[in-house]
Design a protein around this ligand. Sequence first.
Ligand SMILES: Nc1ncnc2c1ncn2[C@@H]1O[C@H](COP(=O)(O)OP(=O)(O)O)[C@@H](O)[C@H]1O
Ligand SMILES: [Mg+2]
Length: 308
Amino acid sequence: MRALVIMDPIEAVNVDKDTTFGFMLAAQARGHTLYYCHPRQLYTLGGQAYAMAAPIQVWHRPEAFYQLGEAAPHALCDFHSVWMRKDPPVDRAFLHATWLLDRANTQVLNAPSGLRAANEKLYMLQFEAHIPETRVTQDAAAILRWLDARGAPLIVKPLDGHGGFGIFKLTPGDPNNPSILEVLTQGGQWVMAQAYLEAAREGDKRIILLDGVPLGAILRVPQAGENRGNIHVGGRVVQTTLSAAERAICAAVAPKLKADGLIFVGLDVIGERLTEINVTSPTGIREILALDGVDIADAYIRWIESQI
Ligand SMILES: Nc1ncnc2c1ncn2[C@@H]1O[C@H](COP(=O)(O)OP(=O)(O)O)[C@@H](O)[C@H]1O
Ligand SMILES: [Mg+2]
């Protein structure tokens, strides 16, 4: 098969940790041909999506880990599979790329319509039975009243954050609270306020789903002096398993993910409560391979082979 990988600049990947790079290694190991481009290399001619894409070879080694051929125009329909793996933020350019990808006329993972449907923070609201007590509002005073009434901490987060950015813990009575909310809601931004889950100290579980099936998980434990478990801000990765309640969460979200074409997804679960559904460029498979020997990249490639 010929697959096109749309991603952030290849020269910046971490060859040991990057999930997209893991997919590329697995595809190559199974004899497939890879092409590479950045989203800005997408364009249309008539009603068809094209990319200025270069053939690429990859190696799992620290230096000289990729080699690019010459970039040339390719109709996306000439690829068997196109992987949209651009990292967040989901900004205007990201959304525009999804509309171009609507014109691909081939398999696109995750589905561009699904990427538009699923804001990573808001998509979970449809699984209310499984989420922490949550409110989304621009009304800072309402959040402060809720915090007071609860008498227990809240977490607040921007709707387009990622990697732990903009996440604050509000503790009742902290004089910083009004100012934090002022910054988060500035210029008409919504903020997600959520019951602070004490289990976050034990870790934030990342569960990887392929076509709705949980294939592996890791626990990300915040470092000392930090509320956030994100690997990006120093969270320590620990081996873990799935509880019955966590399997129930997976089963609850799977049909909706499938219907939206969200094939490769990372759920974030804290204390058996669903807190985020990552669909743009979820990571974690390299750590799962290292800790559990479960090769999700290989499963991803085999799943694609089964579909084309
Ligand atoms: N409800 C919560 N209670 C306690 N900690 C939370 C809660 N929600 C998020 N966090 C902390 O913030 C981190 C990032 O949260 P998340 O919602 O997954 O946003 P991001 O997109 O930045 O990963 C988590 O790893 C966790 O440590
Ligand atoms: Mg997260």
